[in-house]
Design a protein around this ligand. Structure first.
Ligand code: SF4
Length: 373
């Protein structure tokens, strides 16, 4: 593939598995930084032609990239800079968990080139955090926010989870107010879902946890929309809110169908046209293959015409940019507009509202079927 302007690097390490998490992670008390960096170096050398490679965004996701520590992140950045050039003003995001964040660590990350921190706060309620098996408590999250700012990074995103089981008595308005009081530039929301093979799925099987009713999911989502937009955030994607000028540029590239590269276990990439590929997910297998000089690819696919239509519809509808309607489609979506699920602007673009985003999957499916026949 041509060298894309967006690169995702997966850092799989976590201190332990959170109750709801089904991501590709490697639980390690001691992070094998040297081994991981050796793998990244080998994958870059093996899979990407040498030559000028300029990035406008670079994203370290996980797992918990902050578990590489101050020195590990700096070494990873140095290794990448041997291969890529960052354009002036490039966005370089590091996902971090509060327990890894100190002023010294963030200062080292900033000096290494990190421009943006995405902090896994999830809640400010200690009982909720314990239930989730998170390592940090609410005070650690507050200290982490202070540390990020004190070390000179002002582009700070907070992750929050909503729609938790009723029995936890989580005060969602309180968590939202608390998050707003910290003046982040960006907020990402995750509605809790029970994924197979997670501790949460086992708790549910044993009757020890239950998902909240749909009405509460909707009410919490709409409350977040109201409070955050009233505070000046753009609700620019179904799960993401950003201050004007602070929308996540890396993730926005995914949502516009741009080409991106991916390195690390389970990392995906897309050529911007129709081809996707992804790496093996288990960390040990990724390392083993690279040590043997083998490509860590687990699979690839060429999107069919129908999948491309589905993807184009879904990507358009999930963001506030909306989807350009084809002739005749405005009539078909009029009932949606009348139900308050979106608007069709003067140029014929359908933009879903927060109520519409609650039905994103079914609306996207409906339009895809219309377009495929
Ligand atoms: S810290 Fe994130 S990636 Fe790691 S187990 Fe928890 S939710 Fe999963």
């Amino acid at each position: 593939m041509n060298l894309p302007r967006h690169l995702y690097v997966h850092v799989p390490f976590c201190a332990r598995r959170c109750a709801y998490c089904d991501f590709s992670i490697a639980v390690r008390a001691n992070v094998p930084v040297d081994e991981y960096l050796r793998g990244v170096r080998a994958e870059l050398a093996m899979r990407f032609a040498s030559g000028d490679w300029e990035l406008s965004t670079l994203y370290f996701g996980g797992g918990t990239p902050s578990r590489l520590g101050a020195d590990g992140v700096a070494r990873l950045m140095q290794l990448l800079r041997e291969r890529v050039r960052l354009e002036p003003g490039a966005e370089v995001t590091l996902e971090a968990n509060p327990e890894d964040v100190s002023v010294d660590a963030v200062r080292a990350w900033r000096e290494a080139g990190i421009t943006r921190v995405s902090l896994g706060v999830q809640s400010f309620d200690d009982a909720v955090l314990r239930w989730m098996h998170r390592v940090h408590d609410a005070d650690a999250a507050l200290r982490a926010v202070d540390a990020v700012r004190a070390a000179g990074i002002d582009d700070l995103s907070l992750d929050l989870i909503f729609a938790l089981p009723e029995a936890l008595r989580r005060r969602w308005p309180h968590d939202l107010e608390r998050a707003l009081s910290l003046a982040p530039t960006h907020v990402s929301l995750y509605g809790l879902t029970v994924e197979p093979h997670t501790p949460l799925a086992r708790w549910r099987e044993r009757g020890e946890a239950e998902e909240p009713p749909e009405e509460r999911y909707e009410a919490e989502y709409l409350l977040a929309h109201r409070l955050l937009t009233a505070a000046g955030f753009d609700h620019y994607e179904v799960s993401n809110f950003g201050r004007p000028g602070r929308h996540a540029r890396h993730n926005s590239a995914y949502w516009t169908g741009a080409a991106y590269a991916g390195v690390g276990p389970s990392a995906h990439e897309f050529d911007g046209l129709a081809r996707r590929r992804w790496n093996v997910a288990p960390y040990a297998e990724w390392v083993r293959r690279l040590d043997q000089g083998r490509d860590p690819e687990a699979g690839q696919e060429e999107l069919s015409e129908e999948s491309r239509i589905a993807e184009q519809v879904y990507l358009g509808l999930r963001t506030s940019r909306g989807l350009q309607l084809a002739p005749g489609e405005a009539d078909r979506v009029r009932p949606w507009v009348e139900s308050g699920w979106g608007i069709v602007d003067a140029n014929g673009r359908l933009e879903l509202s927060a109520r519409g985003w609650l039905r994103l999957d079914s609306l996207a499916q409906h339009l895809t079927i219309l377009r495929s026949h």
